[in-house]
Design a protein around this ligand. Sequence first.
Ligand code: AMP
Ligand code: MG
Length: 458
Amino acid sequence: MALHLPFDATYLSLPDRFYTRQPATPVSAPSLIAFNHELADRLGLDSGSMTIEEAAEIFSGNAVPETATPFAQVYAGHQFGGFSSQLGDGRALHLGELATFAGRVDVQLKGSGRTPYSRGGDGRAWVGPVIREYLMSCAMDALDIPTTRALAAVTTGDPVLREQGPLPGAVLTRVAASHIRVGTFQYFAARSDKDALQQLTDYTIRRHYPNAKGPAGLLSAVMERQASLIAKWMSVGFIHGVMNTDNVQIAGETIDYGPCAFMDTYHPDTVFSSIDHQGRYAYSNQAPVTHWNLAQFATSLVVIMPDQDAAIEEFTAIINRFPELYQKAWLKAFAPKIGLQPNETASDLVQDLLGVMANAKLDFTNTFAALDETAKTSPEWHVKWRAAGPEDTLWQRTNPHVIPRTHKIEEAIQAATSGDYAPFHQMLKAVSAPFEPLSAFMLPPTDFEKVHQTFCGT
Ligand code: AMP
Ligand code: MG
């Protein structure tokens, strides 16, 4: 029996300057690497009877379901601070949307071939970034952090040419609350296309924030989600690496797993991305950068306001609340990590602990997972912490043992590149149960294993 995918696409009710309809580009020999049955169940899909051959055909773009209406979305964005007025799905194609019990989602193929927004790119992905995104997004979901999801990964049988030479091509099926970004608003704002902006704003409110009142309400709601999201990233030592405005999703999910990484040794200035020379997206800069990104969102929304001066004043007042909102979210995410309620004592103790960790070059994840070890590294902190009366079961169940460590991801990618997917599947299992200690995935890298830089996922 064929897998039934009851796609529709409300996004196509927007004017056609929002997207380009585009058929999928066939691949030579699709082969399924992974399929997320748990996610398929949550989406209400009956995937049990689907064969792996059928899955490979569908999730490579070779067999497009009858209900699908493939299209690529246009957007713009500030990339490392510089504005690009024309970006878009250059290597991705929406198959459509699914209305699920948990809300409407987009289903998108990534690595599926060229589109009008590909610029110089080939529209393809190789197996490395596909595996990284699969592992990272599964880990984030298991850590209860909002994220786009991976439904399937398929190799294409076609080589993809990158700096390293020809590499095995692959396609990831990404599921997201939607792919509307700050950059989507910026695209129309940059063109003073008020009509499109108004329609996008109305659509976004209807789809994601039905209680928000107008652009100001939307701005506040998006800001709250972003504050909470970034605080959660910080609480697990996650560094996104490429927080351009086109990678800020309006629904508040983590999107675009390019040069991202979880920190091993804690240091606030940690940067991984090979192209982030100035440390713009360093660990400790993620909240200030989000504040800046939200200001770009506000700037786009001003364009549709009848009284622009009044709107600038109102939106500035909203945006100025970000640091306070973020601080609250930060404490809410970190206090339970040391077994305390979010209060001033907890805040001071977390700050002190992070200072200790930076000085002693401690592993971020393992320090929180075994807080009593601080009795050895910093007896003074340990005494103060114990005096605050932490609830042991709280920090023990809050702190993960397993995160997708960069050197393990690299190992899995290396193996996959030569056709061995066993390390990927082992790791997938481990990161899907992050609160269970599994020693093979808990050790920080040795000096030899340490990965110092990560690269954009193209
Ligand atoms: P990203 O760095 O993944 O956020 O992508 C930035 C922009 O580059 C987006 O417009 C992408 O669609 C485009 N892009 C990235 N990789 C490729 C590729 N291999 N082919 C075509 N476009 C790409
Ligand atoms: Mg992107």
